[in-house]
Design a protein around this ligand. Structure first.
Ligand code: KIV
Length: 275
């Protein structure tokens, strides 16, 4: 089975909904490869795996190391890697150097960066130089400090102009798709109908061309539960149950059993027999 390309993803608009999940580690990536179309190595890994307060401390090194493991164990999904805060905003040249480093070292299919009209030049500079870019507009987690929190956008129609313009700018700059995060449904629907690249929603209603969720959220491995998350499994309970059973069996000397234990080789009776 061939790995999906960014062109395959772009061509899904108006045909099949795009299914995207985050993946930061090889066990998760291996388990979910091929369930959907896209795997996103999101900088949300800072909060999910490292318990940071927000995504701002995440480094390029962390993104690259996690992305390598995701690309290495997957065969079917298009893999997109988040550019972390501080690695692309300063200049188009710096954005290119860092995005090219991500592409070369991870072998991913493209990068994602946050921003709308303000990132037009950067997205254009990257796409003109062969780096596929996914945009990310609406609620931008890397702007949490200046925004004063994680606030849903577009609840007020007077704000819509900015977000529609952001989406148009990202499309005109050459992005192959755009994430719409934390948006009132009618705004997400309006943007999805106004641009020709796919919109991928998270907390942005069914009126997007695709959906993305943080895998650990939907598997019940995180304890935050924003309204937009549906829990498809309760892995935390399963893990606790298994760990308790293991602990009991070690204490009762039930584990390891005979089947987990190495016996001596009856063929080896004196030194040198092992040859
Ligand atoms: O970092 C991330 O996981 C993301 C998605 C939630 C869109 O940006």
């Amino acid at each position: 089975m061939k790995r999906k390309s960014v062109i395959d993803i772009k061509n899904q608009k108006g045909k099949t909904p795009i299914v995207c999940l985050t993946a930061y580690t090889s066990p998760i990536a291996r388990s979910i490869d091929g369930c959907g179309d896209l795997l996103l190595v999101g900088d949300s890994l800072g909060m999910v795996l490292y318990d940071y307060q927000n995504t701002l401390p995440v480094t390029l090194f962390q993104m690259i190391e996690h992305s390598k493991s995701v690309v290495n164990v997957t065969k079917q999904s298009c893999v997109i890697v988040d550019m972390p805060f501080g690695t692309y905003e300063e200049s188009v040249g710096k954005a290119f150097m860092n995005a090219a480093k991500v592409m070369k070292e991870t072998n991913c299919n493209g990068v994602k960066l946050e921003g709308g009209r303000n990132m037009f030049e950067t997205v254009k500079y990257l796409t003109d130089r062969s780096i596929p870019v996914m945009g990310h507009i609406g609620l931008q987690p890397q702007s949490v400090l200046i925004d004063g929190g994680y606030k849903v956008k577009g609840r007020n129609k007077f704000d819509w102009g900015k977000y529609i313009d952001d989406a148009i700018a990202i499309e005109e700059a050459g992005a192959f798709s755009v994430v719409l995060e934390g948006m009132a449904e009618p705004l997400a629907a309006e943007i999805t109908s106004r641009i020709s690249i796919p919109t991928i929603g998270i907390g942005a209603s069914p009126n997007c061309d695709g959906q993305v969720l943080v895998t650990e959220d939907m598997l019940g491995l995180t304890n935050i539960a924003p309204k937009f998350v549906k829990k498809y499994a309760d892995l935390e309970s399963l893990i606790k149950k298994a760990a308790h059973q293991y602990a009991d069996e070690v204490r009762n000397r039930e584990f390891p059993g005979k089947e987990h234990t190495y016996a001596m080789n009856p063929q080896i009776v004196r030194k040198g027999d092992e040859d």
